[in-house]
Design a protein. Sequence first.
Lengths: 112, 421
Amino acid sequence: MTTNASADWVSTGLRAELDEGEMVGVNVQDVPIAVYRVHGTLYATDNVCTHAYALLSDGWLDEAIVECPLHGGQFDVKSGKALGGLVTCNLRVFEVRVVEGVIEIALHQQSP
Amino acid sequence: MRRAEATAIVIVGGGLAGHVAAVEVRRQLPDADITLLAAEPLLPYQRPPLSKGVLFGDTGLDTITLDEAPRYEALRINYRSNTPAISIDRRAATVQAADGEKIRYERLLLATGSRYRRLPASIDSPRFHYLRTYADALRLQAELQSNRSVVVIGGGFIGLEVAAAARTRGCEVTIVEASNRVLSRGTPPIAGSAVEHLHRRHGAALHFGQNLLNVEETAKGSLSLEFTSLELETDVVVVGIGAIPNTELASDAGLAVDDGIIVDEHGLTCDEAIFAAGDATRHPDHTGELRRLESWQSATEQAVVAARNMSGLRASHAPVPWLWSDQYDANLQVVGSFDFASQYLLKGELTSPSWTLIAMDRSDIAVGGIAMNSGRDISMLRSAIRKRSTPPPALSTSSRPVRNSVETFMISSSPPRRTPQ
């Protein structure tokens, strides 16, 4: 992942100790964010499903696909892409970096 | 140079399955000639909100219209509303549309859906409702005014969702069910008891073992209902007693029908030019058992699979049955089947806002589950059921064995007993 030096990095307050295949929800400046670790890499997306109100971090992470706990909508956590069916709107994804063991995201700098 | 003639695809039914299939065929066959025949006047729309958001009055047609339906012209999908199909001539490979036209097909998809089951005792009154279409939902929405009394006949998913919507809108709600419990088809008794508890807690009254014998309009305009051993007077009646698959078109054409149009895992009927998808079908689940699933998820996946096979690709669909229902603040999900369940594990308390009931067969293999506000558990269970494995340790270690009976629910819902000091 390329790191944008001018991005506005914000601390999530989370230690970078997330286990492989795990995800966690956190509010960053009042924005609900989900952070995932897939094959060693950290990813961050919006935590609220684009279909109905539910936190994706309460759902199920299988490889790079997160499944919403309410109606089973699926998203690719790497790209934020809605994988069809019930969910048609993509999630926003955010760049992630680790500084001194703490996870930071580029909250105001959306990846394309 | 003369262009090769485009493949003629005809899809009968403008619901979710028909729409999804039309869009998928277009994706696979840019040149196909696609006709979609719909009985309804509107563009295809989502039905799940009809028993929820539309009844609250906060969800309009623009929200529920299926994505891409407004783009039919750009997608070159010839959508014909108010045009049901009347008959199929398999020898000539034509469909007779209601407007008189005979439409030739090379591949035909039947996505005819289902209709509501009617009560023998019915009345033609603006206060007596069934629910299937957006128009039905709008009519009902206008009647669900605060402080009105509403009797919901039928304690299945639709009846319970309507009851929850009516109660939320301030109506006085009574649920009357013919069998001895709610969700009597497809869920175990212990789960039905927990869902009954949810509705009682929100102030609905429930009666069981009651069949509607007679309904009359009173002088003041309310409805008087006579059940087996119960009489009620109410402002509004909503009937939700199940769905009947629309199979007549298929059976009249000589296709195999048995409580649903019979299709294989490719969505193919016994005629290799005719496919079927959605509520109207009975199709193999992950174990090969033929099932008729009234499920959003299944209708979508099956339609995609049928469309790909109609487009000359190879795809199959043998789903673990799965459905969800939103009632009050509870998201209920049911996965797999309880046909071969002989042992149950319970995670959480059935009277609490979230719990998971896991069903296993005699060999400890996970076969089904039902959960309230525990979607992650259902995702894990679905995967175990598909793989025919035991429930994942993340679930089983936090669960305890329970007996599947109403008594179990009563023990679990009574306050914890304290040992005298």
